[in-house]
Design a binder for this molecule. Structure first.
Ligand code: NAD
Ligand code: GDD
Length: 326
């Protein structure tokens, strides 16, 4: 039976959802975008889409959201960077209502495919204690010791996808995103992640002339950061693919936070005096993505260089800082 809506993007008012919806629309697909936020707060609002404001933690709203839809991308969650997830563990875990009801509604509606956005935060903390982190393979999620709160919800919900596929035949695809950044993301307000936060701090320094910035931690912790275009491409690759196993979707360009700051300073053309805040939220000491599985399955992995992605991100954040100050 032909579905009236090709694709539903849950959480389309957010960063990744906004970019993903734009790409799906550019392919001529019919897209239903759903988010709990009022439209003026959506990062991107696409006029060609059917835009719905709804709380997807309620099962009746989840049912309405997936009605007559072919495929569902489930990106809705109450989340943010370390500053948010370390201090809002209950709120992060309440996203289980969205994850569960969307999965249930998708199965009842007989959707063709269901994508779930999991996270590198599912990985066991004991495997991320050193800055020179060994890249995380998919099997490193077990024995389970994920990020408290947020990571437990993600691990539980990706496992629910597995059981809905095994028990009810719902075709599920799961990506474990590693820190995603880019223009039109969250850059202020407390939920921003390190790339956007560093761009904001350096843009504010450039605009104000006060070149002192705060860095959380000692700057020697490591991460890899994936540019949004790689994320949007990889998400669809996984959705269209054959494997229902959770797969890493992340860059393997590992940098210290100090190196991240160095790159943004180069882009901005200024040097800053860094004040290290050792009592700020820091999360794991080191995290990188092992991409053997995604290469084996799809012959592809995220590859946009950090400096290239940050150039575009900094330009966008700089404009936001200027607009906010005007
Ligand atoms: P985001 O916060 O920008 O987008 C999530 C959206 O979900 C928001 O617009 C929010 O309003 C919406 N939402 C929250 N509660 C809702 C509800 N009850 N009903 C409907 N919508 C609701 O986050 P993002 O960066 O775009 O991330 C998208 C997904 O990817 C999330 O599930 C996130 O956990 C996951 N993820 C993101 C990253 C990253 O680095 N951005 C890393 C790992 C995993
Ligand atoms: N957010 C933020 N803001 N982090 C900073 C800052 C700052 O101003 N300065 C330094 N950092 C450091 C943090 O202390 C942390 O050690 C590191 O930068 C990365 O922080 P985040 O980008 O906030 O988060 P994360 O990489 O630990 O986790 C993120 O990625 C996961 C997927 O890989 C989060 O967004 C999770 O929600 C996500 O699932």
């Amino acid at each position: 039976m032909t579905k009236q809506v090709d694709v539903v993007v849950a959480g389309a008012g957010g960063f990744i959802g906004g970019h993903l919806a734009a790409d799906l629309l550019s392919q001529g697909l019919t897209v239903r975008c759903v988010d709990i936020k009022p439209p003026h707060e959506w990062h991107q609002l696409h006029g060609e889409a059917e835009n719905v404001v709804a709380d997807l933690s309620l099962v009746e709203n989840a049912r309405d959201a997936v009605r007559d839809a072919g495929r569902v991308y489930m990106l809705a969650a109450d989340m943010g960077g370390m500053g948010f997830i370390e201090n809002h563990k209950a709120a992060c875990m309440m996203s289980v209502l969205i994850s569960t009801h969307m999965l249930q509604a998708a199965q009842e509606a007989g959707v063709e495919r269901y994508f779930y956005s999991s996270s590198a935060c599912v990985y066991a903390a004991g495997k991320q204690t050193a800055s020179n982190a060994t890249a995380l393979k998919e099997q490193d999620a077990y024995p389970a010791q994920p990020e408290d709160g947020y990571g437990w919800e993600k691990l539980f919900s990706e496992r629910m996808c597995r059981h809905f596929e095994e028990d009810y035949g719902l075709a599920c695809r799961v990506a474990r995103y590693h820190n995603v950044y880019g223009p039109a993301g969250t850059w202020t307000g407390g939920r921003e992640k390190a790339p956007a936060a560093v761009c904001r701090k350096i843009a504010e320094a450039a605009v104000s002339g006060d070149h002192r910035i705060d860095i959380w931690g000692d700057g020697r912790q490591t991460r890899s950061f994936m540019y949004i275009d790689d994320c949007v491409h990889g998400t669809q690759l996984l959705m269209n693919g054959t494997s229902s196993m959770p797969v890493n979707l992340g860059s393997r360009e590992l940098v210290t936070i100090n190196q991240l700051v160095d790159i943004v300073e180069d882009i901005a053309g200024i040097r800053c005096e860094r004040k290290y805040q050792l009592d700020a939220p820091q999360g794991v000491r080191g995290r990188n993505s092992d991409n053997a599985l995604i290469r084996e399955l799809y012959g592809w992995e995220p590859s946009i260089p950090l400096a290239e992605g940050l150039e575009k991100t900094y330009a966008w954040v700089y404009d936001q800082v200027k607009l906010a100050g005007s």
